[in-house]
Design a protein around this ligand. Structure first.
Ligand SMILES: *Cc1c(COP(=O)(O)O)cnc(C)c1O
Length: 395
């Protein structure tokens, strides 16, 4: 009880958190200054500009919520839902269900539009449901469902929502910085993400952006937002235009970390970052398929940063994950909800999405599965992954 904690060395290839870039960790250790210090206020301005770039938006209301991705999700629902509103929540995995639970707690009537776990949301089904409920003004959905590895077509869903005069509330926690996301061009209204997935940053911050339409909806509320902390009309006294005043003490050092992570993303470029995630997915996929695993999501609906594969017949999946952790220092994820015990979720997010990690993961899986009695030709899977990496243009 009198020794400080030294975490074991891990490679994080689960559904998040992912590996934090060393420069981000280094930024965390810089001295704390005041949250209203002029130097910090300058940093806040840079963070807002970098976030606008990463979200591809001009939205003035763009800032990092002090809290994990779930706090960003809750901020969106708390501000955009009033008791008695009817809203649509689309569900095709764990996080869609969490959205529904939040909307209910905000006092909404929730109409759900479901797709099976492991499949993308269908814009036609959304269209049909909106046609049945012309009073609905808000549609919520998850862009990249981390519980299943599915990427839905956010642009098409938003287009349907707009046609029915609805605002969109979009979870971009896993898609941000890993897959194309264009808030303004796609007309998304309230979008939140998380720092610990494809951004190579520490957990605990949730960048968020609100369109002018969404801000107007908050200002037009009949009753104040129940959560004082999350009420954007309060938060903007700190993060809004003009000289910041006290709202809460920002997580200063975490914001140093976020700033470095955003600078690195800007330097890499959004398109190269997406291409890197795509290429590494292809390489991992070649290796996993060579190990005899199958993806649970149809090819056109996969999100590259989260690879969900079925566990081979007769294999104790929890034991394999534990052995990967203990013997190889490698963390991968198991299944959630409908998929508990049936799948592995292998993340390639942010700083974790590197060629060396792909090869290490395939080698470790091959070794453990062989020892667990699965018949695998040694070395072939790594060759397959290396072939994909070698054929690709340098990223
Ligand atoms: C990780 C994740 C969240 C929650 O983020 P936390 O930081 O764990 O609160 C929300 N939505 C999706 C799609 C996620 O992957």
């Amino acid at each position: 009880m009198n020794r400080s904690f030294h975490p074991p060395r891990r490679i994080l290839m689960g559904p998040g958190p992912s590996d934090v870039h060393p420069r981000v960790l280094e930024a965390l250790a810089r001295p704390t200054i005041g949250h209203l210090d002029p130097a910090f206020v300058e940093l806040m301005g840079e963070i807002k500009t970098l976030l606008q770039h990463a979200f591809q938006t001009k939205n003035a209301m763009t800032f990092p919520v002090s809290g994990p991705g779930t706090a960003g999700m809750e901020s969106c629902f708390a501000n955009l839902v009033e008791p008695g509103d009817t809203v649509i929540v689309c569900r095709n995995g764990y996080f869609g269900h969490r959205m529904q639970a939040m909307a209910l707690r905000c006092g909404a009537e929730v109409v759900t539009v479901d797709a099976p776990w492991g499949r993308a949301l269908d814009p036609h089904n959304l269209d049909d449901e909106l046609a049945k409920h012309p009073a609905i003004r808000l549609v919520a959905f998850v862009h990249a469902e981390t519980s299943t590895g599915v990427l839905s077509d956010a642009q098409a869903l938003a287009e349907v929502a707009r046609r029915h005069n609805c605002l969109t509330l979009v979870d971009a926690v896993t898609s941000f910085a890993g897959s194309p996301l264009d808030v303004d061009a796609w007309g998304l209204d309230a979008v939140y993400t998380g720092s610990q997935k494809c951004l190579s940053c520490i957990p605990g911050i949730s960048p968020l952006t609100f369109s002018d339409r969404a801000v107007q909806a908050v200002r037009a509320r009949k009753i104040p937002v129940q959560s004082w902390f999350m009420d954007l009309t309060e938060v903007e006294k700190y993060w809004g235009e003009g000289k910041p005043g006290y709202h809460h003490t920002a997580p200063i050092n975490s914001l140093y970390a976020l700033h470095v992570a955003l600078l690195m993303l800007q330097k890499e470029g959004l398109e190269p970052a997406w291409a890197r995630h795509r290429l590494h997915h292809e390489a991992l996929r070649a290796g996993l398929e060579s190990l005899g695993m199958t993806f649970i999501v149809p090819e056109a609906e996969r999100t590259p940063q989260l690879n969900a594969v079925s566990v081979p017949e007769g294999v104790n999946e929890a034991k394999v994950r534990r052995r990967l952790l203990d013997e190889h220092g490698l963390e991968i994820g198991g299944g959630l909800g409908d998929f508990a015990g049936q799948i592995w979720r292998i993340g390639l997010m942010g700083y974790s999405s590197r060629a060396e990690n792909i090869l290490k993961c395939i080698e470790a899986l091959e070794a453990v599965l062989q020892e667990e009695g699965v018949d695998i030709a040694a070395g072939r899977a790594v060759d397959e992954a290396e072939r994909v990496l070698a054929e690709a243009p340098l990223v």
